[in-house]
Design a binder for this molecule. Structure first.
Ligand code: SAH
Length: 355
């Protein structure tokens, strides 16, 4: 194991079989070594800085039917909502005052939020808060749409690939959704120039070391600027609602591997990680993560964006959320950075093209 970890750090990648061995053969010692190496690499590139992203969950309408997701179109139990442009801009205003310099607009694939509406929204945010980055996370779209939003000023895009194994993809999604299309979208986003994020759920039903090894191979190939991983958590009104959740232990292990593969990657300690363990996000930071994404959505709608059950931070106002998170970040020796927190590959462009 030690030799594998050494090589992972030196070469930034392993073979698929080696990833299987690293995951399958994991033990407390390999976890500790990975964590220490990942923490050192993260320290070298980012010091103690943690970047905050204000997450605005602006619609839970979705045309897709992912079997794991609480806002899938077949779930009749969710109360649907859609924030207006004014409400979203109000969130940004509050967030800016609290120190956020990145706004993440995330939602389902909602046909009422047309490409033009999102384009206008991006323009308005970038005009009013020109020192902020805008991240979009609204699923699979045609290349022209991604391009138009980029030209309107969007800087980053989050689109988890969910699983790199096409058979496994089939188990998690209905026939009409495909891994090929998801991958095509990710390649387009990279090509257009977005800081691009892929990722997956840890412990999703049907996932084993073989699938995770494929995920890691894909991440290595795509070289994303961001990687989002968090445990799968069942949502009771979905087809996978009775399946067990992913574990803290494996999520932390994978965060460390990803940090060693991509030393400069922007890697969030996700809300899902904070949901399965009270110190999940702090432990995520200690395992190599360097981003947190507190919720900036209006409190009235937070419960309704229930991708999974028992989601944390659905009751607090934005200001309380940021205070609580700041304390947590500082409790493990880190500090909140006041900058936009772009990936190093795109930083030289700040102030020019991409602002
Ligand atoms: N519609 C957008 C945003 C999806 S929600 C898109 O398609 O990209 C963001 C992420 O939440 C998803 O990519 C998925 O990985 C995660 N997610 C959904 N349901 C989940 C669950 N039950 N447990 C944990 N994570 C979940």
């Amino acid at each position: 194991m030690n030799e594998l970890i050494d090589r992972l750090e030196r070469q930034g990648g392993l073979s698929e079989q080696e990833y299987v061995a690293l995951i399958h053969g994991r033990n407390e010692e390999s976890a500790r070594i990975l964590r220490q190496r990942a923490a050192a690499v993260r320290q070298m590139h980012y010091g103690n800085d943690v970047y905050l992203r204000g997450l605005i969950e602006f619609t839970n309408y979705c045309k897709n039917d992912c079997y794991y997701c609480g806002i899938r179109c077949s779930n009749r139990k969710v109360e649907r909502y859609r924030l207006t442009e004014e409400q979203i801009l109000d969130c940004c205003q509050v967030g800016y005052g609290l120190g956020y310099r990145t706004f993440v607009l995330q939602g389902g694939e909602d046909s009422q939020y047309t490409p033009e509406r999102i384009e206008n929204l991006v323009r308005q945010i970038k005009t009013r808060w020109s020192d902020c980055a805008v991240t979009l996370s609204v699923g699979e779209q045609p290349e022209e749409v991604y391009r138009c939003w980029f030209e309107a000023g969007a800087n980053r895009y989050l689109l988890r690939h969910e699983t790199a194994d096409s058979e496994h993809y089939r188990q998690l999604h209905p026939e009409r959704q495909s891994l090929e299309n998801r991958m095509e979208c990710l390649r387009n986003l990279k090509k257009i120039g977005y800081q691009t994020g892929c990722g997956f759920m840890v412990g999703a039903p049907g996932q084993g070391a073989a699938q995770l090894a494929k995920d890691l191979m894909l991440i290595h190939e795509l070289q994303p600027e961001m990687v989002g991983i968090g445990p799968f958590i069942p949502q009771k009104d979905t087809p996978l609602g009775q399946e067990p959740a992913g574990t803290l232990e494996l999520t932390l292990y994978l965060l460390s591997i990803i940090r060693l593969m991509l030393p400069q990657v922007l890697l969030p300690a996700t809300t899902a990680l904070g949901t399965i363990h009270p110190q999940g996000r702090e432990l995520g930071l200690l395992a190599g993560a360097n981003v947190c994404m507190p919720n900036l959505s209006p409190v009235e709608v937070r419960q309704k964006y229930a991708l999974y059950d028992n989601k944390i931070c659905t009751g607090e106002e934005a200001a309380e959320c940021v205070q609580c998170l700041r304390r947590r970040i500082e409790s493990v020796g880190f500090q909140v950075a006041a900058t936009r927190g772009d990936h190093v590959n795109k930083r030289k462009e700040e102030g020019k093209l991409y602002v």
